[in-house]
Design a protein around this ligand. Structure first.
Ligand code: ZN
Length: 49
């Protein structure tokens, strides 16, 4: 297995409904800043809401 990334370095990429979304500088994974849970990266332009 690969060495696990601890996501110790993140940058804020977006904010929606009071939730900050951050991206790990090291591995590129996107998280909600509060939870640090991985969230699926989707193309918002393709959504119909
Ligand atoms: Zn990471």
């Amino acid at each position: 297995m690969q060495t696990p990334c601890y996501h110790s370095r993140t940058e804020v990429i977006a904010r929606r409904d009071g939730v900050d979304y951050v991206r790990c500088v090291d591995c590129g994974q996107v998280f909600e800043a509060e939870d640090l849970e991985p969230v699926p990266v989707r193309d918002d332009d393709a959504e119909e809401s």
